[in-house]
Write a protein that binds this ligand. Structure first.
Ligand code: NAD
Length: 330
């Protein structure tokens, strides 16, 4: 019998995944991240389901000797040590494609909030003030919009930016030529995106190459008064350099859903700045996306139990592990 430990389990997660009990799976639910859970109780569990706030590092993996599958209810999987999992023949699977629409729409929620000063405008009306020249905003239309990473989310963002009337330029190590042919965007170098964009939106995964990709040097290359939107991962941006640029006005604003440390410390200087709009890693979080994620998670668990795993992201790390050839992948 497969035993599933489900962490960061809110009531909706429990309501969905508990259905697996009828199919012969044993399930344990905890509404906490992995660091808060005593894993000794779960040493015989073979499946671990997490969301992005659980860091599944080598130590966690070693604490679960029977583990065979880690399934994250997210598309990003940088919170999981895929190398350590692969070395033990443990599969890691994600939800590859739920995220593009909710995250892309959230990019524009953040961007419009920054450009039209929505947070301040709301507080002005609530405090019974009205005349407020400081609320004058700026248009997206007519601006140069830089997209870094044109995967599922970046492509959607580029299309929406284009519909707003922006000129879209983009950088990605993998070019989608059809997007250029369709006239949605033009690929340029990373440096050109920095130098030409009025607005830059980040959509690369967190990897060794993208870690601190936006640092004091890259910010120095940006246009004075540019706006940065990050819904990708906090560690892609050097947060100290960002705060400095927002204080000096080098950057006029930022919209951030992700942070170097989540949640940020209460004394984080970012929290004191008025020209930023911050959300707590919720760009993905729509009713529609959560339903899709839970369905996809159950599909991945069933597929694994049937010996035909899906959405496996650590094939390279599994390499020639003796357990790997016994598995047939879809
Ligand atoms: P994706 O895999 O479809 O696209 C990523 C793109 O980045 C690819 O086109 C890839 O070629 C490009 N890329 C990778 N490394 C690069 C590099 N060094 N330089 C330039 N381009 C590079 O991923 P996606 O679904 O578009 O998601 C992007 C990221 O968004 C995820 O990795 C995740 O971290 C983040 N995300 C955040 C939320 C949220 O709620 N805030 C939700 C979903 C995803």
């Amino acid at each position: 019998m497969n035993k599933i430990l489900v962490l960061e389990a809110n009531p909706k997660t429990v309501e969905a995944l508990i259905k697996l009990r009828k199919e012969g799976f044993e399930t344990a639910f905890r509404n906490e991240t992995v660091d808060k859970v005593d894993l000794k109780q779960y040493r015989d569990f073979d499946i671990l389901s997490v969301f992005v706030f659980s860091r599944v590092d080598r130590q966690v993996i070693e604490s679960l000797p029977n583990l065979r599958l880690i399934v994250t209810r997210s598309s990003g999987f940088d919170h999981i040590d895929v190398q350590a999992a692969g070395e033990r023949g443990i599969l890691v699977s994600n939800v590859p494609s739920y995220g593009s629409m909710p995250v892309a729409e959230h990019v524009f929620a953040l961007l419009l909030a920054v450009m039209r000063k929505i947070v301040k405008a709301d507080s002005i009306v609530r405090s019974s003030k009205w005349f407020s020249p400081e609320l004058q905003g700026r248009l997206i239309s007519g601006k140069t919009f830089g997209v870094i990473g044109t995967g599922a989310i970046g492509e959607r963002v580029a299309r929406i930016a284009k519909a707003f009337g922006a000129e879209v330029i983009a950088y990605d190590t993998f070019k989608k030529v059809a997007l250029e042919a369709e006239g949605v965007l033009k690929y340029v170098t990373f440096e050109e995106v920095l130098e030409k964009s009025d607005i830059i939106s980040l959509h690369v995964p967190l990897t060794k190459e993208t870690y601190l990709m936006i640092n004091s040097d890259s910010i120095a290359r940006m246009k004075n008064g540019a706006i940065l939107i990050n819904t990708s991962r906090g560690q892609i941006v050097d947060q100290e350099a960002l705060v400095e640029a927002l204080k000096t006005g080098k950057l006029s604003g930022a919209g951030l859903d992700v942070f170097e440390k989540e949640p940020p410390d209460p004394d984080d200087p970012l929290l004191k700045l008025e020209n930023v709009v911050l959300t707590p890693h919720v760009a993905w979080n729509t009713v529609e996306a959560e339903d899709y994620i839970l369905q996809s998670t159950m599909d991945a668990i069933r597929a694994f139990a049937n010996g035909k795993p899906i959405n496996v992201v650590n094939l390279k790390e599994l390499g020639k592990h003796p357990l790997a050839p016994t598995i047939s992948f879809n």
